[in-house]
Design a protein around this ligand. Structure first.
Ligand SMILES: [Zn+2]
Length: 249
């Protein structure tokens, strides 16, 4: 039954209840994010990001700490502490990594609060200001919940954010081995630069032999290189928001 109704609910959430906000800055901006997140998103991706002076946003689900998810070992508290200390952003991805299509708005609210508390207890009171929908599942009734808690929320619908975008369902591209071969990355980066847009990428594991949801270290290096060649600024989701706000002021 879910299979029949989910596409309709996803479409409704995409079209209805939108809160369009202006996005983008002169010359365009690129944000890299990791969801859940697998240990290699820090152990392997972290040094690459450091080498290239890039800060990323890690959307964490506290319930996945030390767990296994889609066949990949997930982050530990030490990883979270290390990436936070290195200046990367930590965002919210619910506590139990649950689809908003499977739980009530009240239950989602509780998931967000539990994750906020879990992160704050480990990162000295740190408060997350950005959200990524688990599985990219956006429920219309849940959009008001995330809007109350977060500045922006990111989905997984393919595309560049240009002009105005729904603050509760930003578009993104997947740093995923199942998707990357189908993208025209150079074209997307060029479109972002020419139209002063915001391109957001999300990934999971970063390994020599990645899962369908992850990418190789070379893939990560390539998107960083292409973004720089296109002249895009590279910033965390929060920093990109701040840059946009400053540009409008
Ligand atoms: Zn996820």
């Amino acid at each position: 039954m879910h299979e029949l109704i989910d596409p309709i609910r996803r479409r409704a959430a995409r079209i209805l209840g939108t809160q369009p906000v202006p996005v983008g800055i002169e010359g365009g901006v690129f944000s890299i994010s990791f969801d859940d997140f697998p240990k290699s998103a820090w152990e392997v991706a972290g040094p690459i990001l450091k080498d290239h002076g890039v800060l990323a946003t890690y959307f964490v689900a506290g319930g996945l700490c030390d767990a296994e998810n889609i066949g990949k070992r997930q982050f530990s508290v030490e990883d979270l502490l290390a990436l936070h200390a290195a200046g990367h952003e930590v965002g919210c991805h619910t506590f139990d990594h649950v689809s908003a299509l499977r739980i009530s708005p009240q239950a989602l609210d509780a998931q967000i609060s539990r994750n906020a508390q879990w992160v704050a207890e480990r990162l000295d009171g740190y408060r997350m200001t950005q959200f990524a929908w688990p599985f990219g599942d956006v429920a219309l009734s849940a959009k008001a919940v995330v809007a109350r808690h977060f500045e922006r929320s990111r989905g997984v619908r393919d595309g560049v954010n240009l002009g105005k975008a729904d603050r509760n369902n930003l578009q993104a591209i997947g740093l995923e081995s199942r998707r990357l071969p189908h993208y025209d990355l150079e074209g997307q980066m060029a479109r972002t630069a020419q139209n002063n847009g915001w391109l957001i990428a999300y990934g999971h594991d970063v390994e020599r032999e990645p899962s369908p949801y992850g990418c190789t270290p070379q893939d990560l290096l390539r998107v960083i290189t292409l973004a720089r060649q296109a002249g895009l600024a590279i910033a965390t989701v929060s920093s990109a928001c701040s840059m946009m706000a400053a540009a409008r002021a």
